[in-house]
Design a protein around this ligand. Structure first.
Ligand code: NAP
Length: 546
């Protein structure tokens, strides 16, 4: 065989993994285990991805800790102790660091290295990566573990550069503590990040102004210390617990009610909703099998939550302003927090409605709304979300076959086969990409599912001497249509003003991006079918030695 030309200025690996969050760490572990030479390139100064950057006060997972953890090592899941039902950001970050150390993964992870370009070299059938450190890497496989909520979105606001106070985004929170004691703090946004942050900032701030454009539904997390008997039961039954999660719709162990809300009497319905409220967090979305399908059933749940808001918030006008209207519950990601609505009973907290009078500009000393009213602030916090699902990939903008940039391929919205691969981008794998269950699931389950698929695919390619794999345009079109079609049967299709649709980013195509069909069931079957015969893929045999 012909000797491959190697450039001394280039670092060669079998696989480059972009990102060292939960997905990247899992990919490095798995690929290395099967003898693939791998390097993860991570822009941050530490591992952890989302959990490295989102260190705002109150940041916490809303999937239970015992579920939101890797299953790939029984020793790991047995030895790790979670201190709370829902782990906070510091504990999750400690866990990810523990995994990196325990499996000696750090030697294959390069921190402080942002991938600035990725290009498929068709002649060599290899990906070439450039980084902001001035390095060049070449790899047969590009594993994009870039995260789905990793590009913080600061809305463009006139005057921000003139603001004399400090400002932060929840998704890019500084490592040092932000001192809010006695200060006038403004929070823009009332999504998941804001609802976690607001109660904690309120405790210490001199005054907190919450600038709300669209109220969302916030469930009480019902978080508490880990109960020893619960931990013991899980650890005794982890294989069954994981199996259940993998076969379930959402990739975790939350039990769903399989009845339609319409099959229950009003009293039964109410009892189920109260039960879900007490269970806390995302359990509400499993109250009825048709909660996201039937407007009437959805409205019953929505009104139940509005009643809870009314009975919690003392000031009537504030309660009404916090209660969402014309928004199907769950069609904007449900929030889960602790003492969120109670916080608005504090003397030092004001809710400012910026729907009717939007924020006009940032001034040197605060925020001015349309109409001229000004709020003086020392600290401004943007809890304004992310360029979700496509932001990180589009930022790198990989260039595939025939010089096709991803942004062009996705100009009308993301198109993938199974949320894993993109036509025209051979040997590029996206972990939990658009078109996969990802954000509708326990992300760790979805990550492990995808990493396993990618590992099996690479193993198949190696054993068969294949040099490139990519989905056919037809398979991709059919899958993308199926993703849209699945969403169209739900209430998501009628609530387009969410990041699920990309509607929070000006100019982004409004297309429903995740797959609502669930992790288990059909999605698991179809990914397995795709793997068993690589139906829907073009495979090519080696042109060059790899
Ligand atoms: P988000 O859900 O997108 O919320 C952003 C908020 O900022 C919305 O209330 C939005 O209002 C508001 N906003 C944006 N631009 C604005 C502007 N120009 N003026 C006024 N308001 C503006 O973002 P997020 O809270 O960071 O959450 C994103 C996702 O991350 C969540 O949905 C969840 O999937 C994940 N997350 C999970 C957890 C957890 O596990 N518990 C915690 C945090 C985040 P509009 O609705 O009117 O656009």
């Amino acid at each position: 065989m012909q000797e491959e030309f190697r450039d001394d200025a280039v670092q060669y690996f079998d696989a480059i993994v972009v990102g060292a969050g939960l997905a990247g760490i899992c990919a490095v572990y798995k690929l290395r285990e099967m003898g693939v030479s791998v390097r993860a390139l991570e822009a941050g100064g530490g591992v952890g991805g989302t959990w490295y950057h989102n260190r705002y006060p109150g940041a916490r997972c809303d999937i239970e800790s015992l579920d939101y953890s890797y299953s790939f090592s029984n020793e790991l899941q047995q030895e790790w102790h979670w201190s709370e039902r829902y782990a906070g950001q510091p504990e999750i970050l400690r866990y990810i660091n523990h995994v990196a150390d325990r499996f000696d993964l750090r030697k294959d992870i390069q921190l402080n290295t942002r991938v600035t370009q990725a290009r498929f070299d068709e002649t060599r059938e290899r990906w070439v990566f450039s980084t902001d450190t001035g390095e060049t890497f070449s790899a047969k496989y590009a594993v994009m573990a870039t995260g789905v909520l990793s590009v913080a979105q600061v809305p463009s606001m006139k005057g921000l550069e003139d603001f004399k106070g400090e400002w932060f985004h929840t998704g890019d929170w500084p490592r040092q503590e932000v001192q809010v004691q006695g200060k006038r703090v403004g929070v823009i946004g009332t999504g998941s990040s804001a609802t976690q942050l607001i109660p904690l900032v309120a405790k210490n701030a001199g005054h907190l102004y919450v600038f709300q454009r669209t109220p969302n539904y916030t469930m009480p997390a019902q978080n508490h210390s880990m109960k020893p008997e619960v931990e013991k039961e899980w650890k005794a039954n982890y294989p069954e617990r994981r199996k259940f999660a993998w076969a379930s719709g959402f990739g975790h162990n939350q039990v769903s009610n399989h009845l339609s809300g319409k099959e229950m009497s009003p009293d039964e319905r109410l009892a189920e909703l109260e039960n879900r409220w007490q269970l806390g967090g995302l359990y509400m979305m499993r109250a009825f099998k048709d909660i996201l399908i039937d407007p009437e059933v959805n409205e019953a749940a929505a009104e139940f939550v509005r009643d809870k808001i009314r009975s919690t918030v003392h000031d009537k006008a504030t309660a009404e302003a916090l209660a969402p209207r014309n928004l199907y519950i769950g069609t904007k990601r449900l929030c889960s927090g602790t003492n969120y609505y109670e916080t608005f009973n504090r003397e030092n907290v004001s809710l400012v409605n910026v729907q009717e009078k939007p924020i006009d500009c940032v001034t040197a000393h605060g925020l001015r709304l349309a109409g001229g009213k000004e709020y003086e602030l020392d600290i401004l916090i943007f809890a304004t979300g992310f360029d979700a699902m496509t932001g990180a990939m589009n930022k790198i903008n990989p260039v595939g076959r025939n010089g096709l940039p991803l942004r062009q391929a996705w100009a009308a919205g993301p198109r993938t086969y199974l949320g894993l691969c993109v036509a025209g981008f051979p040997n590029m794998f996206v972990i939990t990409g658009p078109g996969s269950p990802s954000v509708f699931s326990n992300m760790v389950t979805s990550i492990e599912q995808h990493v396993e698929w990618i590992a099996n695919c690479i193993s198949h390619m190696r054993s068969q001497g294949l040099s490139a794999i990519e989905p056919t345009a037809q398979a991709q079109d059919e899958w993308t249509d199926h993703v849209t079609d699945a969403a169209s049967k739900t209430l998501y299709a009628q609530s387009r003003n969410s990041w699920f649709h990309g509607a929070n980013i000006p100019g982004k195509p409004v297309v429903f991006m995740p797959y609502v069909g669930g992790v288990g069931n059909y999605y698991r079957k179809i990914t397995q079918v795709a793997e068993s015969g690589y139906v829907g893929f073009n495979l090519s045999t080696a042109r060059m030695p790899s």
